[in-house]
Design a protein around this ligand. Structure first.
Ligand code: 13P
Length: 288
């Protein structure tokens, strides 16, 4: 059964480790992540962007697929199904479709509007037993080929949003989505410390987990990060493994074109990436 992410992240914050949020795109992604979490006895958060939800056919397809996999694969570790960077409307759709957690990304609104919308969605999520993440300080990334630097959130604004009763908070500390440019300055631990001083026990979220060096991730965890989001790294691992299979001509050998064979190396690539991240975040064995 899906659970909200509140308890798993409270435990992570208290235990000084982080839970991995891995974005899903389809059945292969979901199965690979869930099987790895089960094998490693780790709690896990499945992230679904609005684009990925649409790609899979809609949010009901996602909840149907995830719930069925939990049952048929006998997944007995805590799993949350979480909307990633949700719009106001998307949050309501996912609450209705049976997600167990939502993120409302109001970081592009003026702070007053972010506060008003987040306050309303906190009520809507909590009344249905879901956890909710909010965001302050836009997280940069590649858009139309331009790589924007990660913004640093204002700690006072983080406190304002944190006080609305959100269960965890994404705050920009120089992190960005996708690959980091060679001249990236690294995470701003000073910002993170200032945010944590004002927000106390509130679990913090580190987006853009792809490519952040392990020592920086571990330091962020010691400073209050309890959830790390990873997307691009699984995509690259999947694509590299499938490309290698095709370049070696394996799809032309026997029934190598069978999708179950063709996509298998990609699934192994995702599993290996998830395992590495769970080791780095310290969540292995924390399910029980
Ligand atoms: P990456 O694609 O950089 O791993 O970021 C994932 C993320 O933050 C999803 O919200």
């Amino acid at each position: 059964m899906l659970v909200s992410a509140t308890d798993m992240l409270k435990k992570a914050k208290a235990g000084h480790y982080a839970v991995g949020h891995f974005n899903i795109n389809n059945l292969e992604w979901t199965k690979s992540i869930l099987l790895t979490a089960k094998e490693l006895r780790s709690p896990v958060i499945l992230g679904v962007s609005e684009g990925a939800g649409k790609y899979m056919g809609g949010y009901h397809v996602v909840t149907g697929m995830v719930n069925a996999l939990l049952k048929d694969l006998d997944i007995d570790v805590p799993v949350a199904l979480h909307l990633d960077h949700g719009t106001y409307e998307g949050c309501y759709k996912c609450i209705e479709a049976g997600f167990s957690s939502i993120m409302f990304d109001g970081s592009h609104y003026p702070i007053d509007e972010n506060i008003a919308k987040t306050r309303e969605l906190v009520k809507a999520a909590h009344s249905r037993g879901l956890s909710i993440e909010a965001e302050v300080g836009a997280i940069g990334g590649e858009e139309d080929g331009v790589v924007a630097a990660g913004e640093c959130a204002d700690p006072a604004e983080c406190k304002l949003i944190g006080d609305l009763g959100v269960d965890f908070l994404a705050a920009g500390i120089g992190n960005i989505h996708g690959k980091y440019p060679a001249n990236w300055a690294g995470l701003s631990f000073e910002t993170l410390e200032n945010i944590q001083k004002l927000t106390g026990d509130l679990p913090l979220v580190l987006h853009g987990g792809t490519g952040i060096p392990a020592d920086q991730v571990r330091k962020a965890i010691t400073l209050g990060v309890s959830k790390v989001n990873v997307n691009t790294e699984c995509q690259i691992a999947f694509a590299e493994a499938v490309r290698k299979y095709i370049e070696e001509g394996k799809d032309l050998e026997g029934k190598g074109f069978d999708p179950r064979k063709l996509l298998a190396p990609g699934c192994e690539g995702i599993k290996a990436t998830v395992r590495l991240k769970m080791e780095m975040f310290g969540s292995i064995g924390k399910a029980d």
